[in-house]
Design a protein around this ligand. Structure first.
Ligand code: ZN
Length: 99
């Protein structure tokens, strides 16, 4: 698993609750990715590392957040998927799509 997936998870404290959020990449333009944070889990107590790890593992299985490219086998953020099972990188190299 790539370390850069860490960029898509965060835990924030908000009004006495801890919210585990997952970032979904959206595109303002062809070259300007933005991250939209979605609440995924919410707890009344500060989560420990094991709880965070479970939430993260569960989020990675959600197709609305992440998908595995069947071409290169990489797990990608949904915003980096060209199709449900093809990442943008592979789409560009196999289909000649440049944006
Ligand atoms: Zn790929």
């Amino acid at each position: 698993m790539s370390d850069q997936l860490d960029d898509y998870f965060r835990c924030v404290e908000n009004a006495g609750r801890w919210q585990f959020q997952v970032g979904v990449v959206t595109w303002e333009g062809p070259h300007t990715p933005e991250i939209t944070w979605k609440n995924y889990r919410s707890w009344r107590t500060q989560p420990d590392a094991a709880r965070l790890a479970r939430a993260r593992a569960a989020a990675l299985k959600q197709a609305r957040f992440f998908g595995t490219c069947t071409h290169c086998g990489e797990l990608n953020n949904a915003g980096h998927l060209f199709d449900r099972d093809l990442c943008q990188g592979c789409a560009a190299s196999t289909m000649g799509i440049v944006c």
